[in-house]
Design a protein around this ligand. Structure first.
Ligand code: 8OZ
Length: 367
């Protein structure tokens, strides 16, 4: 039997992916400010990257309350659904596949980004020691209010509606964002969740919201078309947890039992080191999952090739490399050099640093 490579096909539910190279979800803050609506420029950007085995869209708020940064797209209004339709059509026209990442930021927001200037919501009224971008400047995140127990079903319903909208918009599947210190992660962790109701305390209670959301999503989509992103050992957005190994061993086992299509793991600190705390093991958590395993964080070609060849990894999600290289798959296949990333154009703006990174062929033609 030959060993798998990044360029072999992979079955994800009933989808066949032509390679194992995934475009990671990447916040770029380029939706139309009026209504947080995706538009033609975003369609061009995603279509340029359609040779990925799978594209996961940038995180997209499921409700106005779920927004935490300027100019991120939503998936709750009709205009947003229509906007996303342009993107899924453009990706499909180039034989690509695209999932949308469903996002609620919880306490990682600012009153100026919330409907009627209200406080953001969270498991507990504890501010994160974190910052967000309000469209003008980086600002400290606002003190949130704790969600009432009676509101939880409404939050679950917002996820359900977003999943329905994702279907209307023509996506091939959905990824649930339960990582990086946002709402679902805040519920999972005892550093942010001090509740005494059925949604706080034990691991079972802290994960109740996540599993109520997954139950709602699996009513809308086949489980095989759903992924879940987790970041067990990350401190993104200043989230603390006294025992992530126990929390995530439990959570991943239950996600696996639901038949969820893939587990998307941020290995280490989000966008930072792959080192883990003393005694921590991603492999032990990963071992609980029976479906497709998607690895992310700091992968280069060699690390990715080795991970897929015997490292227990099925798919590798690349972030920064995909921003700067629309033809990343072709470049990796040829072991060609990569374009450098311009860090000044990551968040906000227009085509510059977004749709103007050249493919190898374009670069050669311009030389
Ligand atoms: C970078 C800037 C803003 C948001 C995440 C959605 O960390 C994000 C994000 C990344 O998951």
């Amino acid at each position: 039997m030959t060993k798998p490579t990044l360029f072999d096909t992979l079955s994800l539910g009933d989808l066949s992916l032509p390679n194992r190279i995934v475009m990671a979800p990447l916040t770029r803050n380029r939706a139309l400010p009026d209504g947080d609506v995706p538009h033609a420029l975003n369609a061009e950007y995603y279509a340029q990257r359609a040779s990925a085995g799978l594209i996961i869209s940038e995180a997209s708020q499921i409700s106005a309350e779920g927004k935490g940064y300027a100019w991120t797209p939503g998936i709750y209004s009709d205009a947003q659904v229509d906007g996303w339709r342009q993107i899924t059509d453009a990706v499909h026209a180039k034989d690509g596949r695209i999932f949308i990442q469903l996002w609620h930021v919880g306490r990682i927001s600012h009153t100026s980004l919330q409907p009627n200037g209200q406080s953001p919501v969270a498991p507990t009224a504890l501010a994160a020691e974190a910052q967000t971008f309000d469209g003008t400047a980086f600002v400290s995140t606002s003190k949130p209010r704790a969600l009432e127990t009676s509101e939880m079903s409404r939050v679950v319903d917002d996820y359900r509606k977003a999943a329905i909208n994702a279907k209307k918009a023509g996506f091939d599947g959905i990824e649930l964002h339960a990582a990086n210190g946002y709402l679902l992660d805040q519920f999972l962790r005892d550093g942010a969740n001090k509740r005494s109701d059925a949604y706080g305390g034990s691991i079972e209670n802290r994960s109740r919201l996540l599993f109520e959301v997954l139950d709602a999503l699996t009513e809308v989509w086949p489980a095989g078309r759903i992924g879940v992103r987790l970041s067990p050992f990350s401190h993104a957005n200043a989230l603390e947890d006294s025992d992530p190994q126990a929390t995530f061993s439990y959570v991943v086992k239950k996600i696996s039992d639901l038949g969820i299509g893939y587990l998307h793991m941020v290995e280490g600190e989000t966008g930072g080191t792959r080192d883990l705390p003393e005694g921590a093991s991603i492999a032990a958590i990963r071992a609980q999952f029976k479906g497709v395993y998607m690895a992310n964080n700091g992968y280069d070609q060699e690390l990715a090739a080795n991970a897929v060849d015997g490292g227990g990894v099925d798919l590798v999600a690349f972030g920064r490399a995909f921003i700067a290289n629309p033809d990343l798959v072709e470049r990796l296949a040829q072991s060609a050099g990569l374009n450098d990333l311009d860090p000044t154009t990551l968040y906000g703006g227009g085509a510059e640093g977004y749709t103007d990174y050249p493919t190898q062929t374009e670069k050669a033609a311009a030389a």
